[in-house]
Design a protein around this ligand. Structure first.
Ligand code: ATP
Ligand code: MG
Length: 246
């Protein structure tokens, strides 16, 4: 107020402009934090599976599934086997078509499928290269990111192994590392630590927390949510619906 009185009209204008700019910046910040990174609304999916011709079996996997993940959040999806968790994640990842509903993802995506999709005859190095090129990364960026991820998950010794010669846990590490290779804004993880030993499991959580602290978002399907404090929110999928439990 004092500034307005002493500076005359020019001062008042400058103060008003500064206030307006400050207000606009606050709205901008609010809008950025309030916009969910991932939003699914009323998603429905029925699989049509052909059994003995002309019979057709319809599996209603999802009827009305909604969820949201904000920037910097780690959100869990839980639910019984066959409840539709992977179906919902595949729809969010854009690799499965939905029958109804809306999905919006704000930013780049990394997806770690429940069953690793890998070429058995390629080596670990070649696999990183294949994915890196697909993500449009240059050689230097692929090498740096690959080195960091293999060191963090402790599987550098397998860099020249063919995929067919890897153990289940090491495949799991590679599956996770490939989803993280291009440092995506949103990470979709379908039971990522099922085959991990305890040390790797703890390292996974350290990495996830660092990732989320940088404003990235993680949506993770998990059967083990005994440490509920690790998650900002937990959604449960039952009877085709997905509802926030916490
Ligand atoms: N390709 C498919 N064709 C037909 N039905 C399918 C197909 N994939 C999944 N389903 C059915 O859809 C339902 C949901 O499956 P989904 O894989 O999403 O479950 P989930 O919650 O991830 O289970 P899990 O905990 O075992 O991984 C199940 O009834 C399943 O049998
Ligand atoms: Mg599943």
């Amino acid at each position: 107020m004092a500034t307005e009185q002493t500076n005359g009209d020019g001062g008042t204008f400058a103060v008003q402009t500064a206030r307006f700019q400050a207000l606009a910046a606050r709205f901008q910040a609010l809008a950025t934090t309030a916009t969910p990174r991932v939003r699914a609304e009323h998603v429905a999916k029925t699989y049509v599976a052909h059994s003995l011709w002309p019979l057709v079996r319809r599996n209603r996997a999802l009827t009305d599934a909604s969820l949201e993940v904000a920037a910097g959040e780690i959100v869990a999806i839980v639910g019984a086997n066959g409840s539709g968790k992977s179906t919902l994640m595949m729809i969010i990842a854009g690799i499965l078509e939905r029958d109804a509903g809306l999905v919006a993802v704000n930013g780049s995506l990394g997806y770690c499928p429940q069953t690793p999709v890998l070429y058995e005859k390629l080596t670990v190095d070649e696999t990183f290269r294949l994915f890196g090129v697909a993500y449009d990364m240059d050689d230097g960026a692929i090498e740096t990111s690959k080195g960091e991820l293999m060191a963090a998950l402790d599987f550098e010794v397998y860099h020249d192994y063919r995929i067919e010669h890897l153990s289940g846990g090491t495949r799991g590490k590679l599956n996770l590392a490939l989803a993280l290779l291009h440092d995506p804004d949103v990470l979709l993880l379908d039971e990522p630590y099922a085959g991990f030993d305890y040390e790797t499991y703890l390292r996974f959580w350290e990495m996830s927390e660092e990732f989320a602290a940088r404003g990235r978002s993680i949506l993770v399907i998990s059967h083990f949510v005994e440490q509920q404090e690790r998650f900002h929110h937990i959604y449960r999928v039952t009877d085709g619906r997905c509802e926030r439990e916490r």
